[in-house]
Design a protein around this ligand. Structure first.
Ligand SMILES: [Zn+2]
Length: 106
């Protein structure tokens, strides 16, 4: 797999890490980069806010028990991750070496 891919929307050539996973595509990646996919979704959401919210509410109503069970099941490992993350953050912050998030750019 090549390390870069051209975005079908902005036509920039970007690192494959800048593309969301989309298993249905031949290369397993979205044809839009994350920035363009996000912008597209925001525009779509502006036109479809009410039906989108209604669909989310319907999904939650049908799957509330399963979602609560999953959340309960994951709570222990989530807490462990949070503790480790905050410990790392506190250790690096005073030295100015803390980076909030790895960026996807090139
Ligand atoms: Zn793009």
């Amino acid at each position: 797999m090549p390390a870069t891919k051209r975005c079908a929307a902005c036509e920039r050539r970007r690192a494959v890490a800048a593309f969301p996973v989309r298993r249905a595509n031949a290369d397993g990646l979205d044809s839009y980069c994350r920035d363009c996919r996000r912008a597209y979704f925001r525009r779509w959401l502006a036109r479809n806010r009410a039906p989108y919210n209604a669909a989310l509410r319907r999904y939650y109503a049908e799957h509330a028990d399963a979602m609560r069970a999953y959340s309960r099941e994951r709570s222990e490992s989530r807490r462990g991750y949070q503790r480790a993350y905050q410990r790392r953050r506190r250790a690096l912050m005073p030295a100015g070496r803390w980076k909030p998030r790895a960026s996807y750019t090139e």
